[in-house]
Write a protein that binds this ligand. Structure first.
Ligand SMILES: NC(=O)c1ccc[n+]([C@@H]2O[C@H](COP(=O)([O-])OP(=O)(O)OC[C@H]3O[C@@H](n4cnc5c(N)ncnc54)[C@H](O)[C@@H]3O)[C@@H](O)[C@H]2O)c1
Length: 271
């Protein structure tokens, strides 16, 4: 059900690769809620993914950009403002990639060149996007900027590897930029989402176990990509104007649960 929460708002959505992507679901919901937006992804992902299908469905223009390239981002903002006919009201950063994870490197044997790439793609890109947006005066007063994070920023998770450091940096950038953009009434937040079966998620070793464990430990169960999109839409809407510089857990209660009855039963019921 749509509520017209984003009627008349304009945005840029990064990171829709295929229909499993969290960004894909956000784009569908933003369209349903009355927003117009441009879609962007790395040029290579565009060739592999199905973004044009989504663009057609949402009446969106697709503009390729490697989110680590300042030149690409400048071009993206220039073209987005042209296509949308004005400044933007929301931005979704839904980008993550670690060459160390992708190539199966152990945390005790990291390739540091790749570590820097992980940080650049998964965290610094968020800063770059906001820096370019600010320099180009591309954001309307009251705009809302959201990036996606994961619990491994706060608590160690085996196999999440150097992405944990990237997510910690991402959340810190949200706070620092939120402070900076506050005087313009612009909000910056991260949403820390449950493990979700997407291309990025499935790249983490033992990911199916994380999903199952989190599903069992979370009082409300895991949040789906679609539910994540619903939450992100509220953050883009005018209903959350005073929420900024937060890392908002969207995880069914996982982050606040130390142990559950189900685990006690499973481990101790025979003693
Ligand atoms: N899937 C999960 O379990 C989970 C949980 C919490 C947070 N997240 C976060 O959600 C976000 C979206 O991931 P997803 O799960 O939808 O997976 P996904 O694989 O569908 O999306 C990741 C996106 O990042 C894009 N990307 C990678 N390198 C890029 C670059 N250089 N420039 C521009 N884009 C680039 C990819 O093309 C892809 O579209 C990521 O930040 C991820 O870490 C995912």
């Amino acid at each position: 059900m749509a509520y017209n929460l984003l009627k008349g708002k304009k945005g840029i959505i990064f990171g829709a690769l295929d229909s499993n992507s969290i960004a894909w679901k956000v784009a569908e919901k933003a369209h349903e809620e009355g927003a117009s937006f441009t879609l962007t992804n790395a040029p290579i992902a565009m060739r592999m993914g199905e973004i044009n299908k989504l663009a057609e469905q949402c009446g969106a223009v697709v503009i390729p950009a490697d989110a680590t390239s300042l030149e690409d981002l400048e071009n993206l903002f220039t073209k987005s403002l042209e296509a949308l006919g004005g400044k933007v009201d929301f931005i979704l950063h839904s980008i993550g990639m670690s060459p160390n994870v992708r190539k199966g490197k152990d945390y005790g044997d990291l390739n540091y060149e790749w570590f820097l790439k992980t940080i650049d793609i998964s965290a610094l890109s968020f800063h770059k996007i906001m820096q370019i947006a600010e320099k180009k005066d591309a954001l309307n007063e009251g705009a809302s900027i959201v990036a996606l994070s994961y619990i491994a920023a706060q608590k160690a998770v085996p196999g999440y590897n150097d992405m944990a450091e990237a997510k910690a940096a991402l959340e810190s950038i949200a706070r620092s930029y939120g402070l900076r953009l506050g005087p313009k009434k612009i909000r910056v937040n991260t949403v820390s989402q449950s493990p979700t079966m997407t291309t990025a998620g499935k790249g983490i070793s033992g990911f199916d176990v994380f999903v199952d464990f989190a599903e069992k430990l979370s009082p409300l169960g895991n949040a789906s990509a679609e539910e994540c999109a619903d939450y992100v839409i509220t953050l883009f809407s005018d209903l959350t104007k005073k929420v900024t510089m937060q890392n908002l857990f969207h995880d069914g209660g996982f982050s606040c649960t130390a142990i559950s009855d189900e685990f006690i039963q499973a481990f101790y019921s025979k003693k």
